[in-house]
Ligand binder design. Structure first.
Ligand SMILES: NC(=O)c1ccc[n+]([C@@H]2O[C@H](COP(=O)([O-])OP(=O)(O)OC[C@H]3O[C@@H](n4cnc5c(N)ncnc54)[C@H](OP(=O)(O)O)[C@@H]3O)[C@@H](O)[C@H]2O)c1
Length: 342
């Protein structure tokens, strides 16, 4: 058996128009030990985090492999693995601190992986983990929304960027939990997509939000989930949140946020970072397996649908450069996947 594998990596952090920004490489094939699974990759998806990691950093001595979403087949298991066997079909986001999924094989800790939904192909499954973990952790843990429609009657959530990768899942989950979803979208295609993925109403994020919320009948909302520039939308969020409401953002800021602006409303602001659990190896790291397991059930029960809209076939540097270029344009609807050729 070969001791090497193909992967797509980078040595320099370059603009995507540079052919050296992502290159085809051959690297040692990793071996599973401890709680790791060795997964043969069948499909990956490309997220904005790939483009951010690619664009920023110092020169790398060894090829840095990106990719934070995968679906594949377990090829080998470490001696401490208890939940999986060779041959299991799995899906996961993985850890930002380890080599990514843009390779023939990848190691992932079993505590953050789950069996993929039976009813989905590998490419449909690969579109889900990162965005779904983010949306789930934000809605049901950081914002502490009960996943129970009878407890959310009359409650509303504003999702800023409702048609991108995270918004397409967050809208569906929030609707399933019984919230009225007001999503932001600025184009005809994204408005239609947002409404098909949980939004009861849409407003345009390139125009002032307050007057549009008023017109939609929701001058203030119970929750806000911000999936685009936190700086740009901060003032509108402070205005739109109800007294004692909760705001969660997943987008890093360029400036310090004025949290004092929330004091009179006793409103909460909380961050969500999907990689916190694997990065800090938190005691509750296994929660990501539980979330992915529950999500797979919701998918197989047809309560949530996959969000893949665009597919490339062939996990190579050329396709990944094209995929990064599209994601960087900031106009993605749903998710983009790159599947292997076999
Ligand atoms: N903290 C975490 O754990 C975490 C996890 C996942 C993602 N993120 C971050 O969250 C952000 C969203 O990720 P994503 O994958 O959902 O992005 P995405 O799929 O690339 O989002 C694309 C969408 O952004 C919308 N958009 C463009 N400009 C906007 C604006 N000014 N205000 C609101 N929406 C705007 C566009 O809608 P229109 O075409 O209708 O304008 C487009 O459909 C990224 O910055 C990503 O890095 C963080």
């Amino acid at each position: 058996m070969s001791k090497e594998m193909k992967a797509v990596g980078l040595y320099q952090h370059l603009p995507i128009t540079n052919e050296e920004s992502l290159v085809d490489v051959t690297v040692p094939k990793p071996q599973a030990s401890g709680q790791d699974l060795l997964v043969k990759i069948k499909a990956v998806s490309v997220n904005p985090v790939d483009t951010k990691v690619r664009a920023n950093g110092d020169e790398e001595e060894e090829a840095k492999i990106l990719g934070y979403d995968a679906a594949g087949i377990v090829e080998a298991v470490g001696e401490q693995v208890t939940s999986f066997q060779v041959g299991d079909e799995v899906y996961y986001a993985g850890s930002i601190a380890r080599p990514g999924s843009n390779s023939e094989f990848q190691l992932v800790d079993e505590r953050i992986a789950a069996k993929k939904p039976h009813t989905l192909s590998f490419k449909e499954a690969a579109a889900l983990p990162l965005t779904s973990l983010t949306a789930w952790e934000a809605l049901f843990e950081r914002l502490n929304i009960p996943f129970n429609p009878s407890e959310n009657q009359g409650k509303s959530i504003l999702i800023i960027n409702a048609s991108g990768g995270v918004g397409s899942i967050a809208g569906q989950l929030a609707q399933l939990a019984g919230l009225t979803v007001i999503g932001t979208a600025s184009r005809e295609e994204t408005i239609t997509w947002a409404k098909d993925h949980g939004a009861a109403y849409t407003i345009n994020h390139h125009r002032p939000l307050a007057s549009q919320l008023e017109k939609a009948g929701f001058p203030q909302v119970d929750y806000i989930f911000c999936l685009s520039s936190t700086d740009q939308h901060w003032g509108a969020m402070v205005e739109a949140i109800k007294p004692q409401g909760k705001i969660c953002s997943i987008v890093e800021t360029d400036t310090n946020l004025n949290l004092t602006a929330l004091q009179h409303k006793s409103a909460t602001f909380v961050w969500e970072f999907m990689f916190t659990r694997p990065l800090f190896q938190t005691e509750d790291m296994q929660e990501q397996q539980n979330i992915l397991h529950q999500l797979a059930k919701l998918i197989d029960d047809e309560k949530i649908k996959s969000t893949v809209t665009t597919t490339f076939t062939g996990l190579n540097a050329q396709n990944l450069r094209k995929a990064h270029e599209i994601v960087e344009e900031g106009k993605m609807i749903g998710k983009m996947v790159v599947e292997t050729e076999e």
